[in-house]
Design a protein around this ligand. Sequence first.
Ligand code: FE2
Ligand code: FE2
Length: 315
Amino acid sequence: MTVHSFQEHFDEKMDKDQAIEAKDWMPDDYRKTLIRQIAQHAHSEIVGMLPEGNWITRAPNLRRKAILLAKVQDEAGHGLYLYSAAESLGISRDDMMEQLHSGKQKYSSIFNYPTISWADMGAVGWLVDGAAIMNQVPLCRTSYGPYARAMVRICKEESFHQRQGYEIMLTLANGTEMQKKMAQDSLNRWWWPSLMMFGPPDADSPHTEQSMRWRIKRFTNDELRQRFVDVTVEQARILGLTIPDKDLKWNEATGHYDFGTPDWNEFYNILKGNGPCNKERLDVRRKAWEEGQWVREAALAYSDKRRQRKEKKAA
Ligand SMILES: [Fe+2]
Ligand SMILES: [Fe+2]
């Protein structure tokens, strides 16, 4: 087969909405885009464990502690599926770690904000995992098979994450005056960063068009952001909390909520590494990698020993 016919085969699969698998030929840029996106997604899962892991020892009771522990552990699992999916594209786990630590590969900027009260565990689950679901449900049908299959399980778990967060908010919102205030303060701080999770406006999103054509992306950033706002406004109403946006208004003509513009300067500034927790998050990850070195070495030595024993037996 010539390269041309490989391309034709790929295009045909795209046209028929069929999955591309690891063994299939794919254009270099498609592979690169997927590696960038899946690695960034995997990094987000494990860096995302940090702001919540921060509250495990301080959960208000045993039930909350068990739930939060399970949730944070899920995120580690998500990281694992996603690193494996990225590896199927020909990048090694060590490479991805190296690029995370050097800042070459990114993780979601949302995790560069601090979690300063217990209510933040509610707001993060409700809003951050909620926004993640909006982003991720369409990825269950993304064109790269291993990524799409990983997302099916991840989305089921994300929906539990969103509910556990919402339940914390519901409890606080119906609690004492102080608890309600704590919930509102948390919503005030997490609302705008959550909207930024969908990425820059479509007009400023350089990868969107190609990614849509490759069916890596199914909806644009602005479409998903709108969907998130429409759903979340109703949920805030049930909580009796106020979304901190004076421009938020139902639009009869469009059938959607109009809303204000996030502070994109803040977004780009955090992306550049200047957020409140960028340095802290990367330092913790680097330290964990260094301190885990002996575990990786021990695991390798053990599997080596087992292999040698097996070979001896076979001989
Ligand atoms: Fe996750
Ligand atoms: Fe989650």
